[in-house]
Write a protein that binds this ligand. Structure first.
Ligand code: SOE
Length: 397
């Protein structure tokens, strides 16, 4: 504490409980979540709770120790079983590869920790169901990190649809396109191409997001699925020089879906969409208007209203969802001072902490494990339809 004349210590502490966090995984998602934990208490002010970064967990001791230091954790573990026995942890955040979702989340729930898990919740619907049963049995809060529900423009689209502004919804159309597997990208074989670890390829990674956005925005379950998948390159060289790895998951998928309320939709995803980097695009067409959103321009919502005066507005027009009255924006910057991809993680974690501390439900704003399970049923149906060439009816037991 400074002893300089005139210096005064900050009076009192913020009136918010501390929640100890144990995070599994320190790669892309570990970094994104840790960044959000740190930003949250001062930007989402006053915070529902203050995340205390207790421990990071990973198998490679040198790497996890370095990451724990970089991200600001108090310590680290190399075994998640040890971490989940730590009483200083109340919230388990699972950012590990897909084959490390089920067992750690189930053990965390049994240990009474609230569970926050990266998407896809699991490799199959059956695995997701086991996780759902465990969190419900333990009566802990549970959430799947479908962060695109927490883009202000997406939430605004949700509000518009729920208000009836679009009237009857006819179509939900979504694409999630990336190109990091095209030959010129030189991407080596990774766990994401291994069925045993990842479950599926573009389906778990990309379809999971747009299935979730479809269910969230349309507000109904997906009833039937007809799909095709493709693996364009079936072998890739391993980064460690140990030879070739077999690609036994899909590189791309295309699906026609029908929702229980009659909405007709299409879902397309690829890691071979040359030139597309993170092109997650949604279009919804309704009786009174349409909405179009593109993740790479995430602050913008393109809208069309049938009743607009054609002399004043012609066709679709773009509006910035960056006004103080738009969802979460009051916590950031003045109108037009855009926010980015990383802010969606701040919003979703703030929501989860609010649910933990104030006993609120994660759904409908956030995706809970029920949503994660139902999304996995649809992902399984895409796989099954592509395998059999048949249209598949989804059943949610
Ligand atoms: C990689 O394809 C990836 O990082 C996904 O795993 C994320 O969920 C998505 O948000 C961006 O792309």
């Amino acid at each position: 504490m400074s002893e300089q004349k005139g210096f005064k210590p900050v009076p009192g502490a913020i009136d918010a409980p501390e929640i100890g966090v144990g995070m599994l995984g320190y790669a892309f998602m570990g970094r994104a979540h840790s960044n959000a934990f740190k930003k949250l208490p001062y930007m989402m002010f006053p915070p529902p709770a203050i995340p205390k970064l207790v421990a990071l967990c990973g198998r490679d001791e040198k790497a996890v120790a370095t990451a724990a230091h970089q991200f600001g954790y108090q310590g680290y573990y190399t075994d998640w079983r040890d971490m989940l026995a730590d009483d200083n942890i109340q919230m388990f955040d699972n950012g590990g590869p897909n084959d490390t979702h089920a067992a750690p989340c189930i053990l965390a729930a049994q240990a009474g920790k609230h569970v926050f898990c990266e998407k896809p919740l699991a490799r199959t619907a059956e695995e997701a169901k086991g996780m759902l049963d465990a969190v419900q049995r333990a009566n802990v809060k549970h959430m799947v990190a479908f962060n695109y529900r927490f883009v202000p423009a997406v939430r605004q689209a949700y509000e518009l649809i729920r208000s009836g502004a679009l009237g009857e919804i006819y179509h939900f159309r979504a694409m999630y396109l990336q190109d990091w597997l095209i030959p010129s990208a030189g991407t080596p074989w990774l766990w994401r191409m291994n069925k045993e670890v990842a479950g599926t390829g573009a389906i778990g990674d990309l379809a999971s997001h747009i299935i979730d956005l479809g269910r969230f925005l349309v507000g109904a379950e997906i009833k039937t699925v007809g799909a095709r998948t493709r693996t364009f390159v079936s072998e890739r060289r391993k980064a460690d020089g140990s030879g070739m790895g077999r690609v036994d998951v899909d590189d791309a998928f295309a699906a026609v879906i029908e929702f229980e309320n009659g909405v007709l939709g299409t879902l397309e995803g690829s890691r071979f969409a040359t030139g597309r980097k993170n092109y997650n695009v949604i279009e919804i067409n309704g009786e009174k208007g349409s909405i179009h959103w593109n993740l790479e321009r995430l602050n913008e919502l393109e809208v069309l209203w049938v009743d607009d005066d054609p002399k004043e507005t012609v066709g679709f027009h773009t509006t910035n969802i960056t006004e103080g009255h738009h969802p979460w924006i009051a916590h950031w910057w003045p109108p037009g001072h855009i926010i980015g991809w990383e802010h969606t993680f701040v919003h979703e974690i703030a929501h989860f902490l609010d649910c933990i501390v104030n006993g609120k439900d994660v759904a409908p704003w956030g995706a809970d494990f029920v949503d994660g399970y139902r999304g996995a049923v649809v992902a399984d149906a895409i796989v099954e339809s592509a395998r059999t060439g048949q249209q598949i009816d989804c059943s949610y037991d």
